[in-house]
Design a protein. Sequence first.
Length: 84
Amino acid sequence: MTAEQLHALIAAGLPCDHLEVTGDGRHWAAVIVSPAFEGRRAVQRHQMVYATLGARIDNDEVHALSMKTYTPTEWQAAQAAGAR
């Protein structure tokens, strides 16, 4: 699995206004901004991302994925505050 492949999988499963993926091939970090996250708690957002990865999570193709998930409004506020 490459960062580009993981990026493509997430983008194919969720509408993303912004998506960053970094990692070393097994351990990944992602910043995901999606309007689909509106009204959902962090756990629900993560479940949505895991659902886009399906069996790749189950078969350990993606061993660890650390996520920061934002709605577009939350992302704008985070950017204004200098957070990432």
